[in-house]
Every structure is written in structure tokens, then in C-alpha cells.
Design a protein around this ligand. Structure first.
Ligand SMILES: *[C@@H]1O[C@H](CO)[C@@H](O)[C@H](O)[C@H]1NC(C)=O
Ligand SMILES: *[C@@H]1O[C@H](CO)[C@@H](O)[C@H](O)[C@H]1NC(C)=O
Ligand SMILES: *[C@@H]1O[C@H](CO)[C@@H](O)[C@H](O)[C@H]1NC(C)=O
Ligand SMILES: *[C@@H]1O[C@H](CO)[C@@H](O)[C@H](O)[C@H]1NC(C)=O
Length: 775
């Protein structure tokens, strides 16, 4: 080792600072000082368990209590800084939490499409790539002291009702799709470097569970009691969380505000300790929604004192409080004998372990994995290109009468671009967004291809009052070669704390579309920008509207992606991740009714494509392409044996008069490698290259109980197929995971008999049989 002369040292430090790009690296969160070598919790060579125990032994009771909240206090005595746990990264680094600050070297971050749009791509590798890009940007901002490392994303609640203002944040209505999204996005974000246990950033699946109502009529999320059957809980509401924990290995879960069957989720020991930790094996921390511990006392009166609220939550398994209650009332709860210091230690062990896995106790962030990420890695050309690709892949073509799209720009002298969402920017990024790198609005995107005439038609999406500039839009349509009407919703209609009342276009938007359609000289194309579905059956059935696109909330480059699809620079492949119900559904069904399964005797139609029996505007999984695909099943078994564990006894066989077939419990089957292999050949018989999204559904045998799903998504795969080419894909259906559904007690069952697989127009029947255990 060379000894550097004392005078040279400051100069070298200055030089290394300049060469590191001048970015003001954050000081070490902990273990950066000269005395850290003496503290075992700082020793990277020791197992995290040992380090956590050492740290807890050094902290005083007061110091510990101040670490139980999102704005954890510093412990200067031990060289530990304060930490803000609340950062968000739903579809890009977001400043919705206190942990993220834009500005200086980080004026913005890449804003990917809102989750409902990303889900519409049905592209699982895309979700992971977005996660990686987002966590690159997150780490870069952390390294400069402008973000935390604990991100309370993604939101994987089931999009149960189309009116939910936060449905846009979710991957849709299907538990299998939501589960796949959850695990892939989380894996992308956390990107465990150097082994499963090390974290790039810590993700958090929220809001556990059955939370999908914000504010509807007199119902409010703070006091809403979701009445949920054990059956729906098991095979709908909990399913994405299970995938997030068990497959995604997420480092955090957030409990919700609402109650489930009379118990607030954040005080439910069955949910937190039994389900999340014991059954699913959560390796991470459990955090409350913001102020939801206070809500237990203040709004729900579930706890009679603030101390009870804190004790109830911590006893149930909560480790961290977003909000101040645990810092304020834990001492009192201990004094009143409601909690012990051992409870506090357990909670802290879970949070501190995550911080250690993130490297926060490893000294200087610059010397760690991902320590070199900086401003150049945020809004990089590669990330912005990915945001653009993601926006393209999330666009769903709903109507294309007579192959009217794509438009040929060379044949159009001018195009009218009208509608309240025609030149929007912030609308495209939805909620839980940050500050994007830049925007391409629809008008700007379309203007890259043709000469445009722009008229809003409605001054905003509410579009109320007699002074709306509808006539101006009609005049523009009358004198243009084609008209693109861009309507829909925004956060003034659907957002957190704001559920919709109905499913129609707000205000006079429909009138605008219809008047424009009547007057337009050229073809009329409707583009919908919205998170939730809209009942646009009027446009679907109007022959003057030749094409309809749903763009979701497509993110910063949404306008470019919309134009790419309109003018044929991208061949659409998105599919709807939720059922589009007609307005009649909202007239009839209470948003507060949690039941997924239909109850025909009482006129309740059920929810989601798995159970809903009524008419739809567009079904789940719907979406067109400019290509035409023809598929054949190249290989699929016609019979499969399920072997039972020796534990199986005759008396375990459920029997019920509503079913005439045999059902076995998943936990009695030998599930290992019980996979049905399916090979499908997809041929592009259209004139242009395209991408097909293959969805495989299974329907249970005839004679299944009435509460069995009509069908469920068991596999999906996206493939690019050149014109006149055939591509073959292999998929595996996991019998225990994908084919099962819950019985009335919430136990997963497999129906024995003939199951039907549907792949587009193809069906394939295979027979599931049981084999008694050997010996
Ligand atoms: C499916 O594609 C494979 C590979 O290209 C080919 O060998 C097979 O014959 C095809 N099967 C059918 C049924 O078209
Ligand atoms: C059998 O059906 C009845 C009535 O539909 C129901 O109440 C009961 O819980 C069912 N039992 C089982 C084991 O599914
Ligand atoms: C999935 O998304 C990635 C990233 O945009 C892309 O490279 C890939 O081609 C997509 N897959 C398909 C089949 O389109
Ligand atoms: C596809 O096949 C058709 C009919 O054989 C042919 O006319 C067409 O040129 C082919 N297209 C391409 C892109 O190869």
C-alpha cells in the first residue's frame, strides 16, 4: 500500500469528485464513519441475522420506537442517518411519496405507461424490463440523495369494478394476469444482485387485501367493510399477492385501509402473520397504508384508544407505520401492557433486515453494486425508447371496419385532430407518476406524419355547459380528409379518492363524437385515453366511426405510439386486461358488492370474464391486429393422470349435491411437474408482419359446481410472426396452480373429468383422471 502525502489527499478527493461527474453523492446512510469497523452490525462479512441482532442490542427503547415509522429518526450516536421509507415507482420513479425529490441533476424520470396499459401488452418480459429500467433510475437518484430505496409499488389489487378510480394503477381483473405482472415487475425492480437475498431496490405489493373502492356514494375506503367469501378471497383477491410473495420474492407488502369481514386488514393476524408470513413465506416487511393505524382508532373505532390501534396492528404482524402513530403511542402501549419490547424488536428485525439487504449498512453507496448509477442513467435514450415501445404494445385496437386502418399519410392532405384529450400531456401519465423526461402529445405525434387541424371540441373531459366548442370541431372535420377524435377520461374523473358514478363518456363528449361523425368528410377514428373502461357501444355500432383505439394512459411518449398505430408504423397487439361492461351494469350492481360469483336467482350478474354472465361492450382479452393469424394445436395431451398423496382418504372427498363430478384438493395431489404441455403453431396469413398474443383459457368439466369459473386464463404468450411465416410456441399449464379454483371453504380444488382448452377459435379437450397412491 502506498501512503499518499497528506497534502495530496484533498486534491485527489477533489479530482475523483470531478471525474465522478460532479454529482454530489449521498453520504453513507450508516457505517461510513471511522468507528464503524468496531460495530458488528457494519460488518459485511457477517450474516445479516447477526448484524441485525447486534444493532438491536445497541439501540435504546426510545431510539427503536422512533424507527417504527416512515420518517425514521436518525441515531447519530451510532452513525445512522434518518430515513424516509415512502418512495413510489408504480410506472417510473414518482414523487407521490416523501422519499423522492426531483430537481438539480434529476429534473425528471422516464414515465412508462400506467400499469393498466402495460398489462394490456400481455408481455411478461416487458414488465421485467420496465422494472429494471425504473430501478436503475431509482438507484441513480438514491445515490445522489434524491430517493429512498424502498418503493411502495406495485398496486396489484384486482380491478373488480370498472368505477374504481385506482383501477388504472392495477394490472386488471384477472388473478393469473395480475399475479404474473406482480412477480415479473417485482423481479425487475429488485433485481437481486449477488444472490436472492441482496436487493437493488425493495418493492412492495399493495394493498393487502380486497381493497378496490375509494369513495363511492356514501362508502369510503377508510371505513368500508368488504364482505368477502373465503372462496373469492382465495381464488381472486389474494391470488396476485401470493404470486408477488411466492414467485416475485417481494421485500414488502402493504396492508390496506378497509376492513375485510369486520376486521381491518392491518390488524388481521390471519392475513399478516398466518397468510403472508407463515403460508407464503414473506421475506420482508409489512407496512401500513398511510395513516391506516390511526384510521383503526379515528374512523373505524375498531381500536378504542390510539395505544390499542398500535398494539392491534403490531400484534397482527405490522412492522412499519406510514404515519406517526407508532412513534407517538408505542411507549404508552408498552406501559399499559398491550405490547412488549419483544414485539418492537420483531418488527424492527424485519425492517432493518430489508435495509441491510439493500446495502444501507454497507457504508459508502458509491462503492456498492449499482453505486455508479447516476444522472446519465435517468431518462437515458434506452429507457425512453422502452417507454415508447411499452406504449405501443399497450394500445388495443377495438374496431377496424373494412381494414380502414392504418391510414396512409401520403393520401391525406390534412387531418382534423379533435377532442378534449387530443393535445394532453399529464393526462397520459395517469396517477402515481413523477415528472417525465418530456412528452409527445397525441397532436404532436400525429403532426409528425400529416398536416393537422386542431380543435378541442370540449374544453376539458367534463365537457359541460352550452359554450363547449363543439361546432368548431365539427367544422374542422367537415373540411379535412380524415378525422381523429381523441376523447376519454383523466384524473378529474377517476383517481385515488374518486370513483366514477357511471361508465359513459362524461358530459357532452358523446355528442361531440356523434356530431363530428355525421359531419366529417373523411373517415372518422375514435381514440380513447382512459384508465377505466368506457361504455362506447354507441361508437362501436356507428358505421361512420370506422376504427377505435384504446390507448389507456400510455405514458410520456403516448402520443407518438398512438400515431405509430394509426399510420401503420406499429401493428397493434394489445388485449383488454378487463371486461368492458355496459352502463346497465353500473345501474344494476352496487360497487360495494364484493361478490365475484354470479347469483342469478337474485339478479346479480357476477364480475369479470370468469363469472359475469351479462352482455359486454368488449370482452376481456379482446384486441385486433392489422395481421390475420391462423393457429393450430400442434401438440397437446388428451389425457393426464393426477396422483394422490398417500394422505388422501375417502372421507376427505368433498361431496355436494350441486356437483356431479369428482373434485380433489390441491394439497392432496402430487403437484410436482404436473404440467400440461401445449404446442401451438401460429401462422400470419395477413399481408403484414405482426405480433400475436395467444391467450389460453380452460373451462372446467360439465357437472362442475355452479360456483366454478366459466373459464379462466391458464397461459398466455406473445410472439412476433412475419407475414406468411409460422412460429410455434410451447406453453405449460400447471394443473395445481392454473386449473384449480376455490371451493366454498376457500380450499383449492381440481375438478376431475374433461376440461376444455380454448385458444382463439380452437378448442381442445383433455381428460384429467386420478390415480390412487402407490402402496
Ligand atoms: C408446427 O410447426 C412445426 C415446426 O415448424 C412443424 O414441424 C409441425 O408440422 C407443425 N404442426 C402443424 C400441425 O402444423
Ligand atoms: C354444499 O352445498 C350447500 C348448498 O349449496 C352449501 O351450503 C354447502 O356449504 C356445500 N358444502 C360443500 C362441502 O361444498
Ligand atoms: C416484449 O417486449 C420487449 C420490450 O419492448 C420486446 O423487445 C419484445 O419484442 C416484446 N415481445 C413481443 C413478442 O412483442
Ligand atoms: C405471402 O403469400 C402470398 C400468397 O402466397 C403472396 O402473394 C405474398 O406476396 C406473400 N407476402 C410476403 C410478405 O411474402
Amino acid at each position: 500500500m502506498t501512503i499518499i502525502p497528506r497534502l495530496l489527499l484533498p486534491l485527489l478527493l477533489l479530482l475523483s469528485f470531478l471525474f465522478s461527474g460532479g454529482n454530489s453523492g449521498r453520504p453513507a446512510f450508516a457505517c461510513g464513519g471511522p468507528d464503524s469497523a468496531a460495530m458488528r452490525f457494519c460488518r459485511r462479512d457477517l450474516p445479516i441475522k447477526v448484524r441485525v441482532r447486534d444493532l438491536l442490542a445497541r439501540l435504546t427503547e426510545e431510539e427503536k420506537i422512533r424507527l417504527l415509522v416512515n420518517n425514521a429518526a436518525p441515531v447519530p450516536r451510532l452513525g445512522i442517518s434518518g430515513y424516509e421509507w415512502w418512495s413510489e415507482a408504480l410506472h417510473g420513479v414518482s414523487n407521490s411519496g416523501f422519499g423522492v425529490t426531483f430537481g438539480r441533476d434529476f429534473p425528471g424520470a422516464t414515465s412508462f405507461p400506467q400499469v393498466i396499459s402495460a398489462a394490456a401488452s400481455f408481455n411478461a418480459s416487458l414488465w421485467e424490463l420496465i422494472g429494471r429500467a425504473v430501478s436503475d433510475e431509482a438507484r441513480a437518484m438514491y445515490n445522489a440523495g434524491q430517493a429512498g430505496l424502498t418503493f411502495w409499488s406495485p398496486n396489484v389489487n384486482i380491478y373488480r369494478d370498472p368505477r374504481w378510480g385506482r383501477g388504472q394503477e392495477t394490472p386488471g381483473e384477472d388473478p393469473a394476469l395480475a399475479g404474473r405482472y406482480a412477480s415479473r415487475y417485482v423481479r425487475g425492480l429488485q433485481q437481486s444482485a449477488g444472490g436472492r437475498n441482496r436487493l437493488k431496490v425493495a418493492a412492495c405489493c399493495k394493498h393487502f387485501t380486497a381493497y378496490d373502492l375509494d369513495h363511492w356514494r356514501s362508502a369510503d375506503r377508510f371505513t368500508f367493510n368488504a364482505v368477502v367469501s373465503r372462496q373469492d378471497l382465495e381464488d381472486t383477491f389474494e391470488a396476485p399477492f401470493k404470486a408477488c410473495v411466492a414467485d416475485g420474492n417481494v421485500a414488502g407488502v402493504m396492508c390496506s385501509y378497509n376492513q375485510v369481514n369486520g376486521i381491518p386488514t392491518c390488524a388481521n393476524v390471519d392475513f399478516l402473520r398466518a397468510t403472508l408470513r407463515a403460508h407464503w413465506g414473506l421475506n420482508g416487511y409489512i407496512v401500513s397504508d398511510c395513516d391506516s393505524v390511526e384510521v383503526l382508532y379515528k374512523y373505524q373505532r375498531y381500536a378504542l384508544t390510539p395505544e390499542d390501534a398500535v398494539a392491534d396492528a403490531m400484534k397482527a404482524g405490522l412492522d412499519l407505520n406510514c404515519g406517526p402513530y407508532m412513534a407517538l403511542y408505542t411507549r404508552g402501549a408498552i406501559q399499559k401492557g398491550k405490547l412488549s419490547m419483544a414485539d418492537v424488536d420483531n418488527a424492527l428485525a424485519n425492517t432493518v433486515t430489508v435495509q441491510m439487504r439493500l446495502g444501507m449498512f454497507d457504508g459508502d453507496p458509491a462503492s456498492q453494486p449499482f453505486g455508479q448509477l447516476g444522472p446519465k442513467d435517468v431518462c437515458s435514450p434506452a429507457h425512453q425508447a422502452l417507454a415508447h415501445e411499452a406504449a405501443q404494445q399497450g394500445i388495443v385496437l377495438l374496431k377496424n371496419a373494412g381494414g380502414a386502418l392504418p391510414l396512409r399519410s401520403s393520401l391525406l392532405r390534412s387531418v382534423a385532430v379533435v377532442g378534449p384529450n387530443s393535445d394532453v400531456t399529464t393526462t397520459m401519465i395517469g396517477n402515481y407518476a413523477g415528472i417525465p423526461c418530456n412528452y409527445v402529445s397525441p397532436l404532436k405525434g400525429i403532426s409528425l406524419h400529416v398536416r393537422t387541424v386542431h380543435q378541442l371540441g370540449c374544453s376539458n373531459v367534463a365537457c359541460v355547459g352550452s359554450t363547449q366548442p363543439i361546432d368548431e370541431a365539427v367544422a374542422a372535420a367537415r373540411r379535412s380528409d380524415a378525422t381523429i377524435v381523441i376523447v376519454g377520461l383523466d384524473q378529474s374523473v377517476e383517481e385515488e379518492t374518486r370513483d366514477r358514478d357511471g361508465l359513459l363518456l362524461p358530459g357532452r363528449q358523446q355528442e361531440l363524437v356523434e356530431k363530428v361523425a355525421v359531419a366529417a368528410r373523411g373517415p372518422v377514428i375514435l381514440v380513447l385515453i382512459s384508465g377505466g373502461s368506457v361504455d362506447i357501444s354507441f361508437a362501436r355500432d356507428n358505421p361512420r366511426i370506422i376504427a377505435i383505439l384504446w390507448a389507456g394512459y400510455p405514458g410520456q411518449h403516448g402520443g407518438k405510439a398512438i400515431a405509430d398505430v394509426l399510420f401503420g408504423f406499429h401493428n397493434p397487439s394489445g388485449k383488454l386486461p378487463m371486461t368492458w361492461y355496459p352502463q346497465a351494469f353500473a345501474d344494476k350492481v352496487l360497487m360495494t358488492d364484493m361478490r365475484m360469483r354470479a347469483d342469478p336467482d337474485r339478479g346479480y350478474p357476477g364480475r369479470s370474464y370468469r363469472f359475469y354472465t351479462g352482455p359486454v361492450v368488449y370482452p376481456f382479452g379482446y384486441g385486433l391486429s392489422y395481421s390475420k393469424f391462423s393457429s393450430v394445436i400442434a401438440h397437446a395431451p388428451t389425457e393426464l393422470m393426477v396422483q394422490l398423496n398417500s394422505r388422501q382418504t375417502e372421507s376427505d372427498q368433498p361431496s355436494n349435491s350441486t356437483q356431479s363430478i369428482q373434485m380433489i384438493r390441491v394439497n392432496q395431489a402430487q403437484c410436482d411437474s404436473l404440467i400440461i404441455p401445449i404446442r401451438v403453431n401460429v401462422t400470419n396469413v395477413g399481408g403484414v408482419d405482426g405480433t400475436e398474443t395467444v391467450l389460453v383459457y380452460a373451462s372446467p368439466p360439465i357437472g362442475s359446481p355452479s360456483w366454478a369459473p366459466q373459464k379462466q386464463l391458464v397461459a398466455f404468450e406473445k410472439i412476433h410472426v412475419a407475414s406468411n411465416d409460422t412460429v410455434y410456441i410451447e406453453m405449460g399449464i400447471d394443473v395445481c396452480r392454473d386449473l384449480s379454483f376455490a371451493d366454498l371453504q376457500g380450499l383449492r380444488m381440481i375438478a376431475i373429468g374433461d376440461h376444455n382448452l380454448q385458444i382463439g377459435d380452437l378448442t381442445h379437450s383433455f381428460s384429467l383422471r386420478v390415480e390412487a397412491p402407490n402402496g
